[in-house]
Design a binder for this molecule. Structure first.
Ligand SMILES: [Zn+2]
Length: 488
């Protein structure tokens, strides 16, 4: 038996300036055929899980197409057209298939398709036999739609945030497809949409209240009749109709049971709604606590969360650290122009820089300062441990590390990079343990890497397009009501 593998993943922040284009996918991953195996077979990504699961079931894997770009603005219409054309060509060239394993993200938005994942899954479905089994994975931040549910026979979402179970979910999907192909089960799925926008600050699956929710999901899955169950917390930064929390239950040939269990679980979540309201800590309080700390404190810059599509050049926390006189601090900012200026000056030299603050103005103005260039790097590093996103190879583009007169260390990168690996610091000769405060532009994703060096992690309510204060976002399209934005 031959099973095709297709992945197209983008988490689109509809509040972010600029579009995500083909260049961004080329910078991320744009692969076909055997190159997918070479890049992903040993990774912690779900495609690594697909390959491992199929090998285990002695089914031939046919890697077809994989595209991924770092979360950012909405995908350009022309880019989606090109990606779909390439996917379609590669699918044709793949020959006869017995099934497909797919990896959408679930929170992709294109200019011409508010439900980008539903759109490509539907297109894929239309190009194969209606009876061809399609099983896949979803990110825990998916804003699930009925189009996605209808296009696939079964979908399985990650159950951890940070996402450390991507490979396991890929294996789960492959085994489910294998059972289906061998006539051992007939998956049927139903979704439910509780009226909840679970605050990003609450979305850590190893702490309350989400820990208990995933334990309850585990109880649900213990039922023999249930093939899989997913709780998607939702991605609040995509202003689309289905934004918010969803539940998906897959049963063995029992649609009524799938429906009843999904509805029950949605009701369970609705009853717990008050626990999902974000607890927001302001900048001054967070920086003061970091200044008092005896060990490195990680300040999580929620408003400029790169993994949530923010620009990664917000200066609010850097300015607060300078103002508070916290000398031993690390901040990474995306700023190609500042890298160039540092390169021109050269290692060991002093240079006047204007850094960061080119994105949305609420995320902080540029900071103009003298700086000493500590080092210049190619920005490439690898990560072998399981980390959020499941990637092994990282590229920050050309990178400069500079020291400000107040003692703060600032890393400047030419590509946007999410803080998912300590390799970001160590590859540039920096010891994470040596800092009193480390700013990580994320919410939960950085925890997997940073918890080993930062006993204290503070989620800071910084302004920006990924603000945790959802009342600051000007939604036009989302469903209503959604607690706590509306009373229910
Ligand atoms: Zn996610």
């Amino acid at each position: 038996m031959r099973v095709g593998i297709i992945a197209l993943q983008h988490e689109s922040n509809t509040f972010a300036p600029g579009l995500t284009t083909l260049d961004h996918f080329e910078q991320g991953a744009l692969l076909s055929g055997q190159a997918i195996c070479e890049a992903y077979a040993d990774s912690h990504h779900e495609v690594g899980g697909f390959l491992a699961g199929l090998a285990d079931e002695q089914i031939e894997a046919v890697p077809i197409f994989l595209a991924w770009a770092l979360p950012g603005g909405v995908v350009a219409a022309r880019t989606l057209e090109k990606l779909l054309a390439r996917m379609s060509d590669e699918l044709k060239a793949a020959g006869e298939l017995d099934g497909l394993l797919v990896a959408p993200h679930g929170a992709g938005v294109a200019e011409n398709a508010p439900d980008m994942d539903g759109a490509w899954l539907r297109e894929l479905r239309s190009r194969v036999s209606p009876r061809l089994p399609i099983v896949g994975t979803l990110d825990l931040h998916a804003n699930l739609t009925e189009t996605m549910v209808r296009a696939a026979n079964a979908l399985v979402a990650y159950r951890t945030n940070p996402h450390l179970d991507q490979r396991d979910r890929g294996i789960e999907a492959a085994k489910l497809l294998s059972r289906m192909l061998k006539g051992k089960c007939r998956p049927t799925q139903a979704a439910a949409y509780p009226p909840l926008a679970i605050n990003i600050e609450r979305q850590n699956t190893s702490s309350s209240p989400c820990r208990e929710c995933y334990e309850a999901l585990g109880d649900l899955m213990a039922d023999r009749r249930v093939l899989s169950a997913s709780l998607m917390l939702g991605f609040p930064y995509a202003d689309v109709r289905e934004m918010g929390t969803s539940v998906l239950v897959v049963t063995d040939d029992d649609p009524d049971l799938a429906r009843a269990l999904a509805d029950d679980f949605a009701e369970y979540l609705r009853h717990r709604r008050s626990a999902f309201v974000g607890q927001l800590i302001e900048v001054e309080a967070a920086v003061a606590q970091a200044a008092r700390g005896m060990t490195p404190t990680c300040l999580l810059d929620m408003g400029d969360n790169v993994g949530g599509g923010a620009p990664g050049d917000g200066t609010v926390l850097l300015k607060a650290l300078i103002d508070a006189g916290v000398k031993s601090a690390f901040v990474c900012l995306h700023d190609p122009a500042a890298v160039e200026a540092a390169e021109k000056a050269g290692k060991g030299k002093n240079v006047s820089l204007t850094i960061g603050g080119k994105g949305p103005k609420e995320a902080g103005a540029p900071i103009t300062s003298n700086a000493k260039v500590l080092g210049l790097f190619d920005g490439k590093f690898t990560e072998s441990e399981a980390r959020h996103g499941g990637r092994t190879g990282y590229s920050m583009g050309r990178t400069a590390v500079v020291e400000l007169p107040g003692g703060q260390t600032v890393m400047l990168t030419t590509e946007r990079v999410a803080p998912f690996s300590l390799g970001q610091l160590t590859s540039c000769g920096l010891d994470p343990k040596s800092f009193k405060a480390i700013v990580a532009k994320g919410v939960h994703a950085p925890v997997a890497a940073y918890k080993s060096v930062c006993p204290t992690m503070i989620r800071v309510n910084t302004p920006g397009i990924a603000t945790a204060d959802l009342s600051q976002l000007n939604y036009q399209r989302r469903r209503k009501p959604l607690f706590p934005l509306e009373a229910i």
